[in-house]
Ligand binder design. Sequence first.
Ligand SMILES: [Zn+2]
Ligand SMILES: [Zn+2]
Length: 383
Amino acid sequence: MATAKRDYYEVLGLSRTATVDEVKKAFRQKARQFHPDVNKEPEAEAQFKEISEAYEVLIDEDKRSAYDRFGHAAVSGNGAGGQGFDPFQGFGSFSDIFETFFTAAASGGGATGTRPRRAQRGAHLAYRLTIEFEEAIFGAEKEIEVPRLAVCPKCEGSGAEPGTETTVCPNCSGRGEVRRTQQSIFGQFVSVVPCERCHGEGKIVATPCTECKGEGRVKETRKLAVKIPAGVDDGAQIRLTGEGEAGPRGAPAGDLYIELNVKASKLFKREGNDLLYELNVNMAQAALGAEIQVPTVDGATTPVKVAAGTQSGKIVRVKGAGVPFLRGTGRGDMLTKVSVQIPTSLTEEQKRLLRELGQTFGDNTPEVPEKGLFGKLKDALGG
Ligand SMILES: [Zn+2]
Ligand SMILES: [Zn+2]
């Protein structure tokens, strides 16, 4: 079900530097062309959804910058388990788009739709996947098992027992909506509401499928392969379009959001694309300088030079030994932080050598400033 998604800029025919006004203008033009209320071509609805989705991301500063950096994988809609963007839900008809949506831009979409809700899509699912520290850095392919509602194999989602047919809803003549005329003190007004008999689907299952009882979907546990891109961080989300729950009676499926939980490493701490490694050296190494083999996240070692006279806290950078950049090429660095260890237990021999060494450093007593006025006053008063 997961198909390759087109680039959002390409969908709206925009350059990557397009301004907010250009994004709005491009969407308005495309919406006029493809809104299913004016365009009766069968692909129009899918195209309209595609441009609406592109618009939703590019008009939002945060989502756009996330998309620019990480691509579709990182634009997580409204978050795991949340209600995904459905262009038909908040503002339904063609005129709603231009009246409600553009005048009250970013108001969150006042639901004034006169169009009945279309057949309800399947729910989005969230899955928390724990991976090793190294898998987040170098990428991995994981297999997960997701319990979900899937298209019923017996009726292929129609909800009708094979061999029988669905019938056109007699209540709404297959339109899925009914007009209701009401009287008010302002006169007569007509509202359009979803048909109660067929729940807006326009058709009725006369002989329900015995497998799914007419729902068109059944429970299953599905094995899925998930590709983890190299360089992801803890909390990153991967969206698998159409891998959520199947919709009832053939309605579109929801999406599956995989939230990554990255295990900590014993050796490294991650700071964006850099890795922090704490290198313990002894007093002699810090004072005289040393070259030390340090472990890298690749499972190898690399020599790190500690210069003579290095103080605790000094950072030695190992270029390119960090985390790969999610987009583009190259890697961050490994930051080796030197920590000078003061011995806590010494042999008699070490003590003797250190005492001897200490004497060569001379008297290190801090200078005491002359007594100030307060001190003199205290002396005069006798304590
Ligand atoms: Zn069935
Ligand atoms: Zn009906």
